[in-house]
Design a protein around this ligand. Structure first.
Ligand code: ATP
Ligand code: MG
Length: 320
């Protein structure tokens, strides 16, 4: 059953007198207990999409240009501040890239978890529950480590603490926005394995956001690929990885080594993600696309359902 349903969401940003559309007609669905990945290069709008899910962006300068974000039956875009606080706490939690920026350096990590419990699960705001949460995220000797200050922990440990804090409210959806980007490669794999284990053990939906398509394979049931504020392809992870349809997905796959796959050399995608307000006419990817045709330069393609759970925003590939 769908836990989160985003329908035709648009998000604008006003700078001076000019308004830019950062997210344009985005739709996605995440089921209860599902692992879902949102992938795309830097600047394509992944983080602002994630923050929109619980209206965490300041309005102004941001504004919602339309659409619906339905979480567990409620349209988040229509909720009062009071109702919204409940969604943010009990239903959706976030883990971000840099734990150091989110932890208070002068408070023990256990105290910071306790604060989350007091806020969202007051009946469980006990030292035992702190130990249980730290244990669940794989911190050894949690009874001792709960008394550490953030500077006494490694980056990987701190990210585990952030995940423990996110779990304190017992969310139905955990949004992990580039949770491993700041970590060493071996630690990255451990954190992803942890998120995957928690998703299964707690039957909690996880939205993993990354620019690395290589992370998706072992993690997500379904994946959506985002480019310049729009989803360009989505489907079951195995289908998208084995048989990518959109030239952008293909290019992302070529640019990223996949586990166990031997590659002679990696190909970077020529050009850059266009900035909001400077999206080209027609298909937004066309200036970088190896399969570009005349129509791609003038007609803006729509996202079409092509089979089963698969969608594609590329008429050239749809036809072939
Ligand atoms: N607070 C802000 N003020 C101005 N522009 C912003 C702000 N937040 C995001 N943007 C712009 O919105 C667009 C989308 O940004 P977003 O952070 O969502 O990208 P992203 O896909 O998460 O990239 P990354 O992989 O680098 O995190 C970018 O063009 C960015 O410059
Ligand atoms: Mg981001």
């Amino acid at each position: 059953m769908a836990l989160l349903e985003v329908k035709n969401l648009s998000l604008d940003l006003k700078q001076g007198d000019v308004s830019y559309r950062l997210v344009d007609g985005l739709s996605l669905e995440i089921n209860e207990g599902e692992a879902f990945c949102l992938i795309g290069e830097s600047g394509c709008g992944k983080s602002v999409t994630a923050l929109s899910l619980t209206r965490l962006l300041p309005c102004p300068p941001f504004s919602y240009g339309g659409g619906e974000v339905t979480m567990d039956g409620q349209d988040v875009l229509q909720l009062s501040d009071e109702q919204l606080r409940k969604v943010r706490g009990a239903k959706v939690s976030y883990v971000f890239q840099d734990p150091v920026a989110y932890l208070n350096p002068i408070h023990r990590v256990g105290t910071q978890i306790l604060e989350m419990l007091q806020l969202h699960q007051p009946a469980k705001a006990t030292p035992d529950r702190i130990v249980e949460l730290l244990d669940r995220v794989g911190i050894p000797s949690p009874e001792t480590r709960m008394n550490d200050y953030p500077h006494q922990m490694s980056g990987g440990m701190l990210q585990r603490v952030m995940i423990a804090m996110a779990l304190a409210s017992e969310p139905q959806l955990l949004v992990a926005d580039e949770p491993t980007t700041a970590l060493d490669v071996t630690i990255q794999a451990q954190i992803l394995a942890l998120l995957s284990r928690l998703q299964q053990e707690l039957n909690m939906a996880v939205l993993l956001i990354s620019h690395n398509l290589g992370l998706v394979e072992s993690f997500a049931d379904r994946v959506a690929v985002m480019y310049a504020g729009q989803i360009v392809e989505s489907g079951k992870t195995c289908d998208v990885l084995e048989n990518p349809k959109h030239p952008y997905t293909e290019a992302l796959l070529r640019a990223i080594p996949r586990l166990g796959e031997k590659v002679d050399r990696l190909c970077s995608i020529p050009g850059q993600v266009p900035m909001a307000g400077h999206f080209p006419l027609g298909c937004r990817f066309h200036p970088r696309c190896s399969c570009v045709q005349a129509e791609c330069k003038s007609v803006e393609p729509s996202l079409e359902s092509i089979s089963g759970q698969r969608s594609l925003r590329c008429p050239v590939r749809q036809a072939s």
